[in-house]
Design a protein around this ligand. Structure first.
Ligand code: SF4
Length: 154
């Protein structure tokens, strides 16, 4: 990965190439993931074969059901990143597979994304119900209109 990518598409292409070349399908990223235990579709899944399915998605192949499911339930915990002995970023690998599953790389849309334009507003409303004012001051950015430059700067 010597040439710095200029666009998101170039970044994705570079990451895909690196991942396909370096991944040994050891499955350690899958084993480190906290999410499969919450999915019946992944009960008893072979870590190596789920990762093989993810690599197929990166190549543009039709996804295996279990690879698609892992892609769908990823919460970006990042637990997988230190688990990879090859220096791959498996969270990015899964993120790109998710782009593919959402049809964002030109293929068919196979999973649902966050189509609700109110999604993040609902999360903020939910946080207001769950957190104290003090906790929100630490954990939540103020609404954009209330920020010093009104432009999303922290
Ligand atoms: S831990 Fe790294 S090398 Fe092993 S399957 Fe995951 S991405 Fe591939």
């Amino acid at each position: 990965m010597d040439v710095k990518p200029q666009t998101l598409r170039e970044l994705i292409a570079q990451r895909v190439e690196h991942t396909l070349a370096a991944c040994t399908r050891c499955g350690k990223c899958y084993q480190a993931c906290p999410m499969p235990g919450y999915s019946q579709k992944l009960a008893g899944a072979s870590p190596g074969s789920v990762v093989t399915g993810i690599l197929g998605m990166l190549r543009g192949e039709a996804p295996q059901e279990q690879a698609l499911e892992w892609t769908r339930i990823c919460t970006q915990s990042a637990s997988c990143i230190p688990a990879c002995p090859e220096g791959i970023d498996p969270m990015m690998m899964l993120r790109i597979a998710r782009f593919a599953a959402l049809g964002q790389l030109g293929g068919e849309k196979l999973i649902r994304g966050k189509d609700d334009p109110q999604f993040f507003l609902k999360i903020m409303a939910w946080a207001r119900l769950q957190l104290s004012d003090q906790e929100r001051a630490v954990w939540q950015k103020p609404p954009i209109a209330d920020r010093p430059h009104g432009d999303g700067a922290a």
